[in-house]
Design a protein around this ligand. Structure first.
Ligand code: GSH
Length: 166
């Protein structure tokens, strides 16, 4: 973490395209920040983004909504002071994290399930007939949430099962 802080805010990004905040990636002189944009870029680089523009736009829609879900989760972890560390508001955050897990998270999960059901190519992929960064973005969320939201455990196992099948 000190390395990324130095890179982003203490002059470490010499000559690279300016970044606002972590996460950020660098490849030679190429620098990029902003999670959904990084995911879309890596998807294109590693064959995890459809070549069809409309399908790619749907993948980017999923990446944007995942980013929203993470940002809302962050709200729950910082209910007293959005800009202060979670460590300064652990007790206050307990009911908000519970509310997020019980009321808000299921809506996102239902939305992603709807996308899976809607995919005419089926087979458990979010968009098209093969794995894309949309699948990876949604897949990593229960992994993250299970650290703090106990209700997510069964969903995590579902995702794991789905991926093992593929
Ligand atoms: N929406 C941005 C959020 C970036 C962000 O808030 N990063 C955090 C660390 S995970 C940060 O550095 N916050 C301090 C700041 O924004 O000044 C993204 O997804 O990349």
């Amino acid at each position: 973490m000190p390395a990324i802080v130095d890179f982003c805010w203490k002059g470490g990004n010499k000559g690279g395209f300016p970044v606002r905040a972590p996460p950020a990636i660098r490849k030679g002189g190429f620098v990029l920040c902003y999670t959904p944009v990084i995911m879309a870029y890596l998807g294109r680089r590693f064959g995890l983004m459809p070549s069809d523009p409309e399908a790619a736009a749907h993948v980017e829609q999923v990446l944007g909504v995942v980013t929203d879900a993470v940002a809302e989760g962050r709200l729950a972890f910082h209910p007293k002071d959005f800009f202060a560390s979670h460590k300064t508001q652990v007790d206050e955050s307990v009911p908000y994290i519970k509310q997020y897990g019980e009321q808000r998270l299921p809506k996102y999960l239902a939305h992603w399930e709807d996308i899976l059901k809607h995919n005419p190519e089926g087979q458990g992929f979010m968009v098209g007939g093969s794995v894309t960064v949309a699948d990876l973005a949604v897949y990593q969320l229960p992994e993250l949430w299970s650290e703090c939201v106990a209700t997510v455990q069964p969903i995590k196992f579902c995702f794991k099962f789905c991926f093992i099948r593929h």
